[in-house]
Design a protein around this ligand. Structure first.
Ligand code: SAH
Length: 395
């Protein structure tokens, strides 16, 4: 088998079972491995420590499939990994169950580059890396035990370019999913556009946090910023919120959000949809002296790379400051960052700076993270990307 040899002194993360091998840590490539091919991973002393997918175009030049150097990486291997991921989640989803869940969470399920989400009886798959691409057939075949109505691919993401891969999407197996797949979450009905929606169609990682927001919702007027298809808003309205203002810059997302509100029997007067830039609209609301009991800030990833962190930090500070100003005494802010590069420490500091400048006395009453079907393998801290703070403004 072809192999990559790790530089002396650069083996530490591998020995701690971190699955990424950076180009700078590789002393030599033995043989001529193809893109996505499985290679042996050797330390400088010649000992074999892992088998990994080779990806010459990427800065992460190999991703470990297995730390057992004897284990065969084969269709059988992928069956086993899929079984383990499903087992961790407690059950094989029964056909006909209208729920939604992440079934495979990439590196943290021992399957770098592989994401599988279930929306009712439909599966949506992302193959993000050269190794995942190479094993696409085995992976799709391994999902057949779920007896899904259809398996749809949404590998139309920018990160594929870093692996030298084209974007891809379309039907992989079974029947074409409907234009909108209906799912049930926490008693609310949602419509998921698996073909064109963000990620695989829905922010499953926020499931638990929608439920937390609903705990605070009764009677409240809520501002839902970066609302997408209105997940937090619908959860709050179903839990008795008086009124929700959804703000998003995407007209199609807001259209779907209106449909979803209607589907849940929300009276038109209880929900408002505002199209535009959150930064500008919050400023306008501040000037108009509008106020709310609850505010959700769930912006897109502001920092894609380390060099973008300072700018991202200013963005987070700006929206948090504005939202805190709009809250009534006793109000609650639910503020999130899904940028993996933004540490919880830095995020908390930014929110603290925002509260200071807003002149509000604020306490963290709860810390939030991604839903439990988005687990974080301990050797892979990068898997923990979503963080949230529930902040209460003093009366
Ligand atoms: N809270 C949502 C997910 C938010 S995703 C949920 O739980 O489902 C981020 C959203 O922010 C996207 O819908 C995107 O259209 C929107 N967005 C990005 N930049 C924006 C901006 N400057 N102003 C308003 N919306 C923006």
């Amino acid at each position: 088998m072809n192999a990559i040899v790790i530089k002396r002194g650069r083996e530490k993360s591998l020995l701690r079972k971190h699955p990424w091998i950076f180009a700078g840590a590789v002393a030599a490539v033995e043989g001529r491995p193809e893109t996505g091919e499985t290679v042996e991973v050797l330390l400088a002393d010649g000992s074999r420590v892992a088998r990994a997918a080779y990806s010459p175009a990427s800065q992460i030049v190999a991703r470990v499939w297995t730390f057992d150097p004897q284990e065969d990486v084969s269709a059988e291997f992928f069956r086993g990994r899929l079984s383990r991921a499903l087992e961790l989640r407690g059950s094989l989803a029964p056909t006909g169950d209208p729920g939604a869940a992440r079934l495979v969470n990439a590196e943290s399920d021992g399957l770098p580059g592989v994401v599988v989400d279930r929306y009712g009886s439909w599966l949506v798959v992302q193959l993000l890396t050269a190794g995942a691409e190479r094993w696409r057939e085995a992976l799709v075949a391994g999902l057949d035990r779920l007896a899904a109505s259809g398996i749809y691919e949404r590998s139309d993401v920018d990160v594929r370019a870093k692996e030298g891969l084209e974007k891809r999407s379309g039907l992989l197996a079974g029947a074409e999913p409907p234009e909108l797949v209906e799912i049930l979450e926490g008693g609310c009905r949602f419509l998921v556009d698996v073909r064109n929606g963000h990620k695989t169609g829905f922010y499953l990682d926020q499931r638990g946090n929608r439920s937390v927001v609903s705990e605070y919702a009764r009677g409240a007027e809520m501002l839902n910023c970066f609302s997408y298809t209105g997940g937090f808003g619908v959860a709050a309205l179903a839990a008795g919120a008086a009124r929700v203002t959804n703000i998003d810059s995407s007209a199609p997302s807001l259209d779907l959000s209106r449909r979803i509100a209607e589907l849940n029997g929300i009276e038109a007067g209880r929900v408002e949809h505002v199209e535009g830039d959150v930064f500008a609209i919050l400023r306008r609301y501040r000037d108009e002296r509008r106020s709310f009991d609850l505010a959700v800030l769930d912006p897109p990833k502001f920092a894609e790379s380390r060099s973008q962190l300072p700018r991202a930090s200013r963005g987070y500070k700006d929206i948090n400051l504005l939202a805190l100003k709009l809250l009534r005494p006793g109000g609650v802010l639910f503020t999130f960052s899904c940028s993996g590069l933004m540490t919880s420490e830095l995020f908390q500091k930014i929110v603290a700076d925002a509260a200071l400048d807003a002149g509000r006395d604020v306490r963290i009453v709860r810390r939030l993270s991604q839903a439990e079907d988005h687990p974080v393998a301990l050797p892979f801290p990068e898997g923990a990307y979503l963080k949230g703070l529930v902040c209460k403004v003093a009366r």
